[in-house]
Design a protein around this ligand. Structure first.
Ligand code: SER
Length: 314
């Protein structure tokens, strides 16, 4: 990776990925693209790109001299359920355009899949790397199709496609928006601002989660791994922790003893969560490219509360 173009650069992952990549590979070697203008001035190259415009995507990557494409633009699970055709067009159309760009320009390629690629028939605990994937959501269908497409572009065209299945990602920088795991971010803002939170996900619903610094490091580590190490290429299970809303609330209470959680369950997001695993088995990622998360729940909660307090007070 020397010249990296990123789509969805203002999104939940993209906005922090850009900063990490620019620190590690040089500000001018990372082209950020998004469908909207940045709200604050960005340090480094930026271009407007609607990922459904494949010609423009290829032209931008060519002009920039990219050797790597990281395709992050996508609709998350709950928004995809609200508008399935928009999700299909954006998530699948954008991915095909990105893969075609990578094929045309011989780029190394990364795109994230998700715990959403699993469904009700998937084993829920220690979900294996290779298992049943019959998701019941549009987002999940997009993610499984994407995993298969990435494998196809590698086998058929030799494109160096790589990817992980991210769990819910927790960060104090950009708010996710439209995801099922978003409660695990919202809760911190409410804890700091109001001292209580009403969760749209029910007590007892376990989902995998990861703190953003570990997610970003996983992307870089997978991309930098020698291809000879990889048996799988795409869709590696990765996770750092699994908890339900009550356990997260208890961890927050260690810092804010009066914090209270209540529940007002959203049936749409609850049914999405119920169809996803409780906890993933990451042994393939550990064995093939040394994946290891550094933040557990307590370390994540401590850092999140500190950073969100700073943000809210600023
Ligand atoms: N965080 C995502 C969502 O909730 C899962 O990939 O949609």
């Amino acid at each position: 990776m020397k010249k990296i173009m990123v789509t969805g650069a203002l999104g939940q992952i993209g906005s922090e990925l850009i900063v990490k990549l620019r620190n590690e590979y040089g500000t001018d070697n990372v082209l950020a693209t998004d469908i909207r203008e940045p709200q604050t001035e960005m340090d480094g190259p930026f271009a407007i790109l609607d990922v459904t415009d494949g010609d423009k995507m290829t032209a931008l990557a060519k002009e920039f001299g990219a050797d790597t494409l990281m395709h992050m633009a996508a609709l998350l699970s709950a928004r995809a359920e609200e508008n399935p055709m928009l999700a299909w067009n954006l998530n699948m159309g954008g991915l095909v355009n990105a893969l075609e760009t990578a094929r045309a320009l011989n780029l190394q390629f990364f795109t994230p899949s998700s715990i959403g690629s699993f469904g009700p028939s998937t084993p829920k605990d220690h979900t294996p790397q290779d298992t049943f994937q019959r998701p019941t959501t549009m987002y999940g269908i997009n993610k499984v199709s994407g995993e298969l497409l990435c494998d196809y572009y590698y086998h058929k065209f030799g494109v160096d496609t790589r990817g992980v299945r991210f769990p819910g990602l927790i960060s104090y920088v950009a708010q996710p928006g439209g995801g099922t795991t978003d409660y695990a971010v919202d809760i911190f803002y409410k804890a700091v601002e109001d001292g209580n939170y009403t969760s749209f996900i029910a007590e007892g619903t376990y989902m995998d989660m990861m703190y953003m610094p570990d997610a970003l490091q996983a992307i870089v580590d997978l991309m930098e791994t020698d291809a000879d190490n990889l048996i799988h290429r795409n869709a590696f299970n990765v996770t750092a922790m699994s908890f339900d809303p009550a356990e997260l609330a208890a961890a927050i209470r260690k810092h804010i003893p009066s914090f209270e959680i209540a529940y007002d369950v959203d049936p749409v997001r609850q049914s999405i969560a119920d169809s996803w695993p409780n906890s993933l088995d990451c042994s393939a990622a550990e064995a093939e490219w040394g994946f290891q998360a550094t933040y557990d729940m307590d370390a994540m909660v401590t850092d999140m509360l500190e950073k969100i307090r700073e943000k809210v007070n600023a």
